[in-house]
Design a protein around this ligand. Structure first.
Ligand SMILES: *[C@@H]1O[C@H](CO)[C@@H](O)[C@H](O)[C@H]1NC(C)=O
Length: 162
């Protein structure tokens, strides 16, 4: 009995861990905005966007967006928002999404030694549905789903304890 309760607690923790990375969904051919807003002002505006921890997607160096060292895969498909830098918003827009773009995108901020990651999921565009102008590909808050999952898990735990 105690064992199964412990097991459930373990999986609950696993689930919380897995869900702590923000997820963004995009459709093939559309664009998506990958959020990066540490919420603090930087004195030196330098931010590195990387794919799966190593591929160079985009660099912001001393307040300037740079694509010089960018992996060719992202050529002409990336954009950040310089007017937003001063708000501490270093979000990256990725256009013309492909299935191969799926994965983890991290914005590394040397000043804070901080790495914020977002998981990009690419889906086939449903037929007949067009991208709304200005739509950002649907930033998905997985929070709701996670919460309902957690609630059911906790009810099971409580039931087992009684
Ligand atoms: C950051 O800037 C982008 C582009 O303007 C915008 O879509 C996004 O909502 C902004 N994020 C925050 C937290 O302000």
């Amino acid at each position: 009995m105690v064992k199964s309760v412990l097991l459930i607690c373990f999986f609950t923790l696993l689930l919380i861990e897995a869900s702590s990375q923000e997820a963004v969904q995009g459709f093939i051919g559309d664009s998506a905005v990958l959020p990066c807003h540490p919420g603090k002002q930087l004195t030196v505006i330098t931010v590195h966007w990387r794919y799966n921890d190593w591929k160079n997607v985009y660099d912001i160096q001393n307040g300037k967006g740079m694509t010089k060292e960018q992996d060719p895969e992202y050529k002409g498909r990336t954009e950040t928002f310089p007017t937003e830098y001063s708000n501490g918003n270093f979000s990256l827009k990725l256009r013309n999404l492909q299935k191969g773009d799926e994965g983890s995108y991290c914005c590394f901020i040397p000043e804070f030694g901080r790495n914020d990651c977002v998981n990009l999921q690419i889906k086939e565009k449903p037929r007949g549905i067009q991208e709304k102008p200005g739509s950002n590909g649907g930033v998905e808050t997985t929070a709701e789903r996670i919460v309902s999952l957690l609630i059911s898990l906790f009810s099971i735990t409580v039931l087992l304890c009684m």
